[in-house]
Write a protein that binds this ligand. Structure first.
Ligand code: FES
Length: 197
């Protein structure tokens, strides 16, 4: 469950951000703080409840909202079988998966349906095809072996990454599943406001 507590106003305009991105032609031209506070996408500071199995207090995370996009349906999802989709841009690869265990920000009757980006936040290693149904994890990354817990917002279990896997924020309406935002910064993007250079 997500409880919004604060809405932040962007420090710079979208035009400023895109100009900065183009000038450098790479993905390092904005600080993470500026990305999180940037215009273009609505940035929300939210308190996110961890699943009942987690002992920790609720964590705080920033998320960026994007156009609501239908990515699947409850009835078509099979337990433990990930479905690939692109969001919020055509080259951002993600998986939608029914874990069979309650998850942070999970949707559906069992709150066990989640979606995550498939590029390792450490150095962009491809996590495609590494989902492990038995433990509800993604990984290990083929480059430096980081493994991510999909029941706990993509938290690092082991390996070199110091950042959680970006989680796609989901909503459900009837049988339809929609992506509505991204929590975290997808590897290769200095800001989620423009296509990757
Ligand atoms: S790129 Fe995945 S752990 Fe380094």
């Amino acid at each position: 469950m997500t409880n919004t507590v604060i809405h932040l106003q962007p420090e710079g305009s979208a035009a400023d951000i895109n100009a900065n991105h183009d000038d450098h032609g790479d993905r390092q031209c904005m600080s993470r703080r500026n990305f999180l506070l940037a215009g273009g996408a609505m940035i929300t500071l939210a308190a996110i409840g961890l699943p009942a199995t987690a002992d920790a207090a609720p964590i705080h995370a920033l998320k960026a909202a994007y156009p609501k996009t239908r990515i699947g349906s409850l009835s078509a999802l099979k337990l433990g079988v990930p479905v690939d989709f692109a969001y919020p841009y055509p080259d951002v690869r993600n998986i939608l998966v029914k874990l069979g265990a309650r998850a942070g920000s999970g949707i559906g009757p069992a709150q066990d349906i989640v979606a995550f980006n498939q590029q390792c936040p450490h150095m962009g290693g491809p996590l495609d095809g590494t989902y492990k149904e038995k433990h509800q994890v993604l990984g290990p990354c083929p480059l430096h072996l980081t493994t991510f817990d999909l029941t706990r917002h993509g938290m690092v279990i082991s390996g070199h990454s110091t950042e959680s896997l970006p989680q796609i924020v989901l909503e459900v309406q009837g049988d339809d599943i929609y992506a509505v935002g991204v929590q975290g910064l997808v590897y290769g993007y200095s800001a989620m406001t423009a296509r990757r250079a």
